[in-house]
Write a protein that binds this ligand. Structure first.
Ligand code: ADP
Ligand code: MG
Length: 238
């Protein structure tokens, strides 16, 4: 795990600036939740952290290293998306081991990594199944298994629960939190669900139109919102 520093980051697509100078300090092991309305730039920021989108100006550091020009697979970051696509023709074990295989790990290392991830996520009895033989929640756990198998320094989640039904969402929320308590991997978690933010975060970052409106603990934001926007966003029902 590692600290992450986002310093005065701007992002433009052509002439259209979507992030107007965003600064977010993230401590080693912290669980940071980014919230804000659709279109405010959350996914763009995550994609820049992952190295999938270049940075127009500013810097992103992971640990001591400025990563602006570092390729995604050199960043030691794992990302879980909303539309996690499992490989349909591979078993659960092969889905989870694939990223290690791509990075040239030996079969014994892959087996060890998959075994460990499966134990953490209670997937051991399902390792020989194919994705079509799993429930929605089990598939989501496999998607997480693919992320944790490499023991990355940073986890990025982009609205990972928004395709699940309400009951499963609550269960997975607890599971992700427990996973974090166990592994203490630095995490940046994007959601537009206030309840997810309030219950999961060490620190919430409220974004709006490409800027950070406020950041602080859930309690700080709830007790002393900096402005109307934050008050409206934190206070309104999901
Ligand atoms: P969020 O995840 O908060 O909903 P996004 O980061 O996806 O927001 O998008 C922020 C803004 O950037 C939106 O106006 C979106 O249309 C725009 N945008 C995102 N990706 C691109 C792209 N590749 N080209 C042009 N505009 C983009
Ligand atoms: Mg998004």
């Amino acid at each position: 795990m590692s600290s992450v520093q986002i310093r005065d980051v701007r992002k433009s697509f052509g002439n259209f600036e979507v992030l107007h100078g965003v600064t977010i300090p993230i401590e080693d092991g912290e669980f940071v939740v980014l919230v804000g309305p659709s279109g405010c730039g959350k996914s763009t920021l995550l994609r820049m952290l992952a190295g999938l989108e270049n940075i127009t100006s500013g810097t992103i550091s992971i640990g001591e290293r400025v990563v602006n020009n570092v390729q995604p697979k050199e960043r030691d970051i794992a990302m879980v998306f909303q539309n996690y696509a499992l490989y349909p023709h591979m078993t659960v074990a092969d889905n989870m081991g694939f990223s290690l295989k791509l990075r040239g790990a030996k079969p014994a290392e892959i087996a060890t990594g998959v075994k460990r991830a499966a134990e953490i996520l209670a997937l051991t009895p399902l390792l020989d199944r194919y994705p079509r033989q799993l429930s929605g929640g089990q598939r989501q756990r496999v998607a997480m298994g693919r992320a944790i198998v490499r023991d990355p320094q940073v986890f990025l989640f982009d609205e990972p629960l928004s395709n699940l039904d309400a009951k499963l969402r609550v269960a997975m929320r607890t599971e992700i939190k427990e996973l974090h308590q166990r592994l203490r991997t630095t995490t940046v978690y994007v959601t537009h669900d206030q309840i997810e933010a309030m219950t999961m975060a060490d620190k919430i970052v409220v974004m709006h139109d490409g800027i950070v409106e406020q950041m602080g603990s859930p309690l700080e934001l709830y007790d002393t919102p900096a402005n109307q926007f934050v008050a409206g966003f934190i206070g309104s029902p999901a």
